[in-house]
Design a protein around this ligand. Structure first.
Ligand SMILES: C[S@@+](CC[C@H](N)C(=O)[O-])C[C@H]1O[C@@H](n2cnc3c(N)ncnc32)[C@H](O)[C@@H]1O
Length: 301
């Protein structure tokens, strides 16, 4: 039973919240202009996490797509399976290693992954996809090309207290200069785009393309209430999640006390932001994310 990621790195709820923003239906046109996906295709999402991409892509094609998800982490896969049963998604999820899957040769028309390549040994990850793709099938490697969380306006109105900052430092979530420490530890296999494209070429992939799309959101844009609240949740869930993951690894009384205090302080700031939103006070805090997309084809032999 492997729950390393869902317990220590990204909690299920916060990863789902962040990804439900990034793959929101309002951005579907942007994705679909670039992704080589057509109705009826057989798609596997590797390292699917809590499954946001699998459900979104299934919705964007009104279910006329055979979608499967695979992840090493049982916590995410159990969650995906439950949601699929509850919300009637005809999607199959499997626990497994993306570098050595159980699938037969030439099983899929398209393999996708979002922010996974930097966590796994790249040549086995890409080779495995070459093996399980049909001739003429596509590999799609997605990543965050640039992430800008513009919370300056928000922090002017709802500043982080000294108490909150001291806890962040004590928990080793940030250093004294406010650089995030914890999340950076796991990008062990990060390659440049050029390196990834060159690896794909060496493996025999053809038609290698590099594309970027940009997604943007501010709670103060005129838009649906749900989407505004989703963006606000985005701002706070990452930090709360880091504290939860620390609690999962160290449950000593001292850590429990300060981590819980920290979560309360973040929730207080979040409640203030929601109140401002409800009172129509505009802060124009925003999130902008580049989605970096590399696509290549397994040429027919
Ligand atoms: C940053 S998360 C991204 C999850 C998901 N793609 C998303 O965007 O919500 C990285 C994911 O890769 C998974 N992962 C890491 N190593 C893996 C491996 N060798 N095989 C399958 N999944 C793996 C983790 O469990 C985690 O779900």
């Amino acid at each position: 039973m492997n729950t390393f990621w869902s317990k220590n790195i990204f909690g299920i709820d916060s990863l789902k919240t962040i990804r439900d923003f990034r793959f929101n239906t309002r951005f579907s046109e942007l994705y679909l202009q670039v992704l080589p996906i057509q109705r009826g295709m057989k798609l596997l999402d590797l390292g699917c996490g809590p499954g946001s991409f699998t459900r979104c892509i299934y919705d964007w094609f009104q279910g006329d797509l055979h979608v499967e998800g695979l992840d090493l982490d049982n916590g995410y896969i159990d969650f995906c399976t439950e949601i699929a049963a509850r919300d009637h998604y005809n999607i199959t999820y499997t626990v497994g290693d993306a570098c050595k899957t159980i699938f037969s040769n030439e099983s899929f028309d398209i393999t996708t992954s979002y922010t996974v390549a930097q966590h796994v040994e790249n040549s086995s990850f890409l080779k495995e996809q070459y093996r399980i793709l049909k001739n003429g099938g596509y590999i799609v490697i997605m990543d965050v090309g640039g992430y800008n969380e513009n919370i300056v306006s928000q922090l002017e109105v709802i500043p982080i207290s000294r108490e909150e900052f001291n806890i962040l430092v004590a928990l080793k979530i940030v250093d004294e200069q406010n650089n995030i420490i914890k999340a950076e530890r796991h990008n062990k296999h990060k390659n440049s785009d050029h390196m990834t494209m060159s690896l794909l070429n060496d493996m025999g992939f053809t038609d290698i393309l590099h594309q970027k799309i940009k997604i943007f959101g501010s709670p103060d844009n005129p838009q649906s209430d749900d989407f505004s609240r989703l963006i606000i949740n985005n701002f706070y869930s990452h930090y709360i999640d880091l504290a939860i993951s620390i609690l999962n690894t160290d449950n000593s009384d001292d850590i429990k006390h300060i981590a819980n205090l920290y979560i309360d302080l973040v929730n207080e700031r979040k409640a203030k932001r929601i109140k401002m939103y409800e009172n129509n006070k505009k802060l124009w805090d925003s999130i902008e994310t580049d989605v970096n997309i590399i696509i290549a084809k397994k040429g027919a032999i």
